[in-house]
Write a protein that binds this ligand. Sequence first.
Ligand code: DGL
Length: 272
Amino acid sequence: MTSFSGTIAVFDSGVGGLSVLQHIRAELPTARLIYVADSAHVPYGDKSPVYIEARSLLLSRFLIEQGAEAIVIACNTATAAAAGGLRRHYSLPIIGMEPAVKPAVAATKTGVVGVLATIGTLESARFAALLEKYAGNVKIVTQGCPRLVEIVERGDLLGAEARQLIERYTAPLLASGADTLILGCTHYPFLAPLIREVVGAEITLVDTGLAVARELKRRIDLELPQPTDLDAMPPLGDERFYTSSEPTQAVRIMSKLWATGVTVEQLPVVYR
Ligand code: DGL
């Protein structure tokens, strides 16, 4: 187990990246974590790459000012639009994420994989390159899922509207013979219990949260200063939560998704 006690920053268009933050917390128990939900600008899925890159650059500036030593883009859509730009601007480790095509291709028995993601991710050059690299002979069927993100932003994880949308979005994928579904947006793992109910136990669901947390840990071990006093285990790390929108609503939803009461600060006005 690592005893890294530096500061790691994580951002997403909204609360979805908390599904990744949970894995990061488990992998790095003593790290200090800062999370930004860009909820004043959610969803990113229907915004232009230029807009998302501008938001990502601004949020990263804020996070670096807060002492971030590495940044995780806990958002498939923002990774596709902005990972390149962020890496050109900032020299700290920047870990992005993309739909889990490689493990899904390895898992499928029917030779058909379904991808649930935002339109922005599915239309990106990065996603096309991912398929080119890993799909091989496996048939990949994709489904953009407008409105699922808003449902998670409202914290409505088990409601009738969520169920109807999930039925509508998964039906064509299952009809194509998919036995493996990629949750290609960090908001969707919060809907996994409902997705599981709708698609049944036989279907494999894959997401990238754990892989991203492990990649972050690997990069930290390689690139960031490690504690010198090996006998002294630092205290457990804390979390700081920020939103670009109104904090009252954010406190309610983020406390629900993080499964414990949290305090949420509003970003300074220049970053909203
Ligand atoms: N959570 C995001 C993702 O992983 C973005 C969702 C959105 O804002 O559209 O793609």
